[in-house]
Design a protein around this ligand. Sequence first.
Ligand SMILES: [Zn+2]
Length: 331
Amino acid sequence: MKKGLLANAVDPSIGGVLIRGEKGTGKTTAVRAFASVLPSKESVTGCRFGCLSGQPLCPECLARESSGERLAYERRGVEVVDLPLNASEDRVVGSLDLSAALREGEKRFEPGVLGKANGNVLYIDEVNLLDDHVVDVLLDVAVSGVNVVMREGVTYTHPSRFILIGTMNPEEGELRPQLLDRFGLCVEVSGEKDLSLRRRIVERVLDFERDEPGFLSGWRKEDDLLREKLVSAKKMLPAVEVPGPLIDSVVEVVVELGVAGHRGDITILKCARALAAIKGIGIPDEECLSDAFRLSLPHRLKEDPFEESASGLRRLDAVLSRFGGPKRDRA
Ligand SMILES: [Zn+2]
């Protein structure tokens, strides 16, 4: 889960992470903690969409610029923007005032969750219970980084780049396969079975509850180090190379596993590059590649209906053992 989240911090175009697992396994805590270690960003002062420096601007910032204003920027921390389950499509994408557009030829736009999400983490708890159509729109925007709202011939476009994180408890219903495939990465979380690790979890929770400021300051140094690591990984990412033979072996494995479409291959390569950048190496090594497979494929594998459950994952393990990567831990 941590590797999947960090890979997205380095390259948000990986397309987010779907975290599957039973209740009470720290999914939400992990997402909030993740946002707190993300490097702060530079946003246009006063922009409703929090336009980011070096990225395409929203119509309002463009208008400010073309009227001769020089945009000022400020540093902002990354927030977790929650998507409520019962949100209507208008709440999510934003709403256009059509009568103003027709009357005055002026586009009045009320931003929705996707406007607030720009430059932030968009978090959907229980994504499997969200309306399919809304999920569809979200996943489109997650990949393109642009929210396009069209109402009766009037169009409004604004940047919406975010890291998408969904969590779900599979016992409460599955996501449609078409939607599953659109999440970049997928991880399964379960309660810890190892007794000493389990004990450490309990101790940390109790420590945190007893003395929150003390707990946070005790971990500040490690948080800062991780943040610096992410900053340098982001800088390094464009220089990480993927040699031809490596691409060959990726597509070979994906075909052998019978994964439909091309999203799997692309995500594996992006993820392997991001993990290499975090490690500070110029070419993904076996560990990066093996992790990238395990993060990018579980939700894209077809299960063999005549085999017991998780046959897809077993086949993935078999293929990956040829790469010499560490074995997946499935206690
Ligand atoms: Zn703007």
